[in-house]
Ligand binder design. Structure first.
Ligand SMILES: N=CN[C@@H](CCC(=O)O)C(=O)O
Ligand SMILES: [Zn+2]
Length: 427
């Protein structure tokens, strides 16, 4: 070891899941390889992992270096910090009034066509001040952190004017600076055609391409661009136009694809080389094959299909059999998925998508990190990466998805700092 001390040694870990190994996305059967060790330890210096693995090996690696602080994990389960790669974190208002409509059988797209759904959140977001958006999103981010999430993606897309989109993105930037959770920003001006452009989607697409994308780029407010490619929202052609323009400006690409109707969004993701495609509930085998060939991460959102009461769920088993890399996410938003709980998503990944606990953990750690372009710094516990980890009140991985609807988190470390202790956020 080159440096002369260890700041923190987490020892007496019952099961340590490191996700060490493959530096690429975990595809197909590799999703079961989680690199679990019994009686592990993690040594941390300057917020970075110095060593992680079996306790005796870690102690041998750190040799006689002075250890400033030790933390006894008391035999608990430790995993990399969870990563939520798809959220609509910053928004105004809530939509509990839609529950009644939903119970009466009105579908998500029908509510949207009637001017509700996303459009109702657009109205609330436009009305909200930046400060109001900040404090609401901060509360959600606190909830995510207390549930074990240490990195998340956050999309705009409820402003739909240049100023309101910038307002959402500025809130995400400020949260990234001030909150322990790292945020990766995505511009999603093409989330919906706003009411004032009804029937003039071509003009709105031009506004997104000619004014919004360049300004977001100029201000450095987002790394990725996303489009909602769906019946009654943006067509495959419009989505391609927007994403191609974004690619030319240097944005990474994401797409909400084949969520409800099989539109060919997955094929488009493959064709354009998107970093990820999201939802995919109705994606065809051809679409999935195009994604596989282009190395697009499939981000499945089982809380959304659950909450929309869909009969169909994303075909994660098929994706894994085909050799795709699958990630899981909350899709946290006020309409289709009003939950911050990635732990609930892990349960739904098992029960509704048929994934194993190992596949599910891969999907919310290393593959989720790849889906947002951050796998070089987070997503696994290995020397050189950020010391982001969760100590769970459990001793086996399967216990997390099995005992559902509660928070299993005991302790969270972010860049080596304890940010949740005994289940409580440290302020
Ligand atoms: N499907 C499009 N966008 C979000 C839902 C947004 C909303 O309903 O407010 C999603 O990913 O599910
Ligand atoms: Zn979404």
């Amino acid at each position: 070891m080159a440096n002369n001390r260890i700041d923190l040694l987490i020892h007496n870990i019952g099961t340590l899941i490191t996700m060490q190994g493959n530096r690429e996305t975990r595809k197909g059967s590799e999703m079961s390889e989680v690199a679990a060790v019994r009686r592990g330890a993690v040594a941390i210096r300057d917020g970075i992992i110095a060593a992680a693995g079996p306790e005796d090996e870690v102690l041998a690696q750190i040799g006689g270096l002075p250890v400033e602080r030790k933390h006894d994990a008391e035999g608990r389960l430790v995993t990399p910090g969870l990563i939520d790669p798809h959220t609509h974190l910053v928004h105004g208002g809530s939509r509990e009034h839609e529950l009644d409509l939903k119970l009466k059988g009105v579908s998500y797209l029908e509510i949207l066509a009637q001017g509700g759904g996303i459009l109702s959140t657009v109205r609330s977001t436009r009305q909200a001040t930046e400060e109001e958006l900040y404090s609401k999103a901060k509360q959600s981010l606190d909830t995510m952190l207390s549930l074990g999430v240490t990195t998340a993606e956050a999309k705009s897309g409820y402003g739909l004017t240049l100023e309101d989109e910038l307002k959402q993105l500025r809130v995400a930037r400020r949260l990234n600076q001030e909150h322990p959770v790292d945020l990766v920003s995505t511009f999603m001006g093409a989330h919906m055609v706003p009411e004032e452009y009804k029937g003039r989607s071509g003009e709105f697409v031009r506004l997104v391409i000619e004014q919004m994308l360049p300004e977001v780029k100029r201000q450095g407010l987002a790394e990725f661009c996303d489009v909602f490619c769906e019946h009654g929202v943006f067509s495959v052609e419009e989505s391609e136009q927007i994403l191609l323009a974004a690619k030319e400006m240097g944005f990474g690409l994401k797409i909400h694809a084949d969520e409800i109707e099989p539109m060919g969004g997955a094929q488009l993701a493959g064709k354009l080389g998107c970093i990820s495609a999201e939802h995919l509930i109705a994606a065809s085998d051809e679409g999935l094959e195009a994604m596989r060939q282009a190395g697009v991460v499939a981000v499945c959102l089982p809380a959304t299909s659950f909450n929309l009461r869909l009969k169909q769920h994303a075909r994660a088993r098929r994706m894994i059999e085909m050799g795709l890399a699958v990630a899981l996410s909350t899709d946290y938003n006020p309409g289709s998925s009003p939950t911050e709980s990635l732990q609930l998503v892990m349960t739904l990944g098992c029960l509704n998508l048929g994934m194993t606990p190992e596949e599910v953990l891969t999907a919310v750690t290393i593959n989720a990190a790849h889906a947002i372009g951050k796998a070089d710094t987070v997503g696994s516990l290995e020397a050189g990466k950020q010391a982001d980890l969760v100590i769970f009140k459990a001793d086996k991985l399967a216990y997390l998805p099995y005992h559902f609807g509660i928070n299993h988190v005991h302790t969270v470390l972010k860049r080596g700092n304890m940010v949740v202790s005994d289940g409580t956020l440290i302020r």
